[in-house]
Design a protein around this ligand. Structure first.
Ligand SMILES: Nc1nc2c(ncn2[C@@H]2O[C@H](COP(=O)(O)OP(=O)(O)O)[C@@H](O)[C@H]2O)c(=O)[nH]1
Ligand SMILES: [Mg+2]
Length: 258
C-alpha cells in the first residue's frame, strides 16, 4: 500500500518536472498569448451565462374574456381547472414550475393571466415589454362570433412596439378542443388571417391621423399571413378543461429555458 503511494508520488513528481521543462521551452510571448486567450474565453463564457440568467421568464396568457385563460392558468400550475371558481378582474399571476415537470433542472415560469376585458387591456401593455412569450387563447368552440374581436386584439398585440422590437413569439392557442364541434386550428388560423388582412387595409387608411398602432403588419402588397410577421407565430390546440396542454407547455419551455 505504502509502496504504491510512493510510486504514485514519484510519477507525479516526474510529470511535474517534465511539465516545467516543457513550459520553460516555450517562448514567454507565446505563453502569455496563450494565457490571454484562455482568460478571454473564460470571461466570454461567463458573460454568456450571466446574460442568459437575466433573460425574462414571463409568459403572458392573453385573449378575449371567456376564451379559457384562467382555466388554462390553473391547469398549467396545478393540473386541475378549479372549475369556474374565479372571474378575475385583476391579472392572475404566479411563478412556478409547470405542474407536469419534475422540479430540479427546470426554470420556474412567471405566468400572467391578463384579463381580456377591453378596459383592462392597458394591463397587457404593462406586461408586454418584459414578456418572453405570449400565449393568445382563442375559443375554438364559439369562434365565429368572436373572430373579429379576437383578430383585433391579436392585431394590436402583433403591432405593439415591444412585441415587434423584441420579436416576442406568439402561440395562437385554439382552446376547448375537447368538444367535437370545436373548429380546427387550421380553420381558425385562416379565418384570423383573413380578418387581420381586412383590419390591415382599414387601419393603414386611417393611420395618417391615428398613430395608435406602432408598426405595420405583414408584407406590403401581399395577402396577410402569420408567416410574414417579424416574430414567430405558431398555432396549437389545447383543452384547459381536460388538461390537454402539451403543446402549450412545449411552447413555454421553448422560450423559458433553464
Ligand atoms: N369545453 C371547454 N370549456 C372550457 C375550456 N376552458 C375553459 N372553458 C370554459 O370557458 C369559460 C371561460 O373560462 P375562463 O378560464 O374563465 O376564461 P377567461 O375569461 O379567458 O379567463 C368557463 O365556463 C370554462 O369552464 C375547455 O378547454 N373546454
Ligand atoms: Mg379569466
Amino acid at each position: 500500500m505504502d509502496k504504491n503511494l510512493e510510486d504514485l508520488r514519484n510519477l507525479a513528481e516526474q510529470w511535474l518536472h517534465e511539465g516545467n521543462e516543457f513550459v520553460q521551452q516555450i517562448p514567454p510571448a507565446q505563453l502569455y498569448a496563450a494565457l490571454g486567450v484562455l482568460l478571454l474565453t473564460t470571461i466570454f463564457f461567463f458573460s454568456i451565462r450571466l446574460f442568459r440568467r437575466t433573460k425574462s421568464n414571463t409568459v403572458l396568457l392573453s385573449g378575449l374574456s371567456g376564451s379559457g385563460k384562467t382555466v388554462l392558468f390553473y391547469q398549467l400550475r396545478d393540473g386541475s381547472s378549479h372549475h369556474g371558481a374565479v372571474t378575475s378582474m385583476e391579472p392572475n399571476e404566479g411563478t412556478f414550475v409547470l405542474h407536469t415537470e419534475n422540479t430540479k433542472k427546470t426554470k420556474p415560469v412567471h405566468l400572467v393571466d391578463v384579463p381580456g376585458h377591453s378596459r383592462l387591456r392597458s394591463k397587457l401593455e404593462e406586461y408586454l415589454p418584459r414578456a418572453a412569450a405570449i400565449v393568445f387563447v382563442v375559443d375554438a368552440l364559439e369562434f365565429l362570433p368572436n373572430c373579429r374581436a379576437a383578430s383585433e386584439y391579436l392585431y394590436d398585440i402583433l403591432t405593439n412596439a415591444s412585441v415587434v422590437k423584441n420579436k416576442i413569439p406568439v402561440l395562437l392557442c385554439c382552446n376547448k378542443t375537447d368538444k367535437i364541434t370545436a373548429h380546427t386550428k387550421e380553420f381558425i388560423r385562416k379565418q384570423m388571417e383573413k380578418e387581420i388582412e381586412k383590419l390591415r387595409a382599414s387601419r393603414s387608411a386611417i393611420s395618417a391621423a391615428d398613430i395608435a398602432n406602432d408598426f405595420t403588419l405583414g408584407i406590403e402588397g401581399e395577402v396577410f399571413s402569420f408567416a410574414h410577421c417579424v416574430n414567430k407565430v405558431t398555432v396549437a390546440e389545447a383543452s384547459g378543461l381536460t388538461g390537454e396542454t402539451a403543446q402549450v407547455q412545449e411552447f413555454i419551455r421553448e422560450y423559458v429555458k433553464p
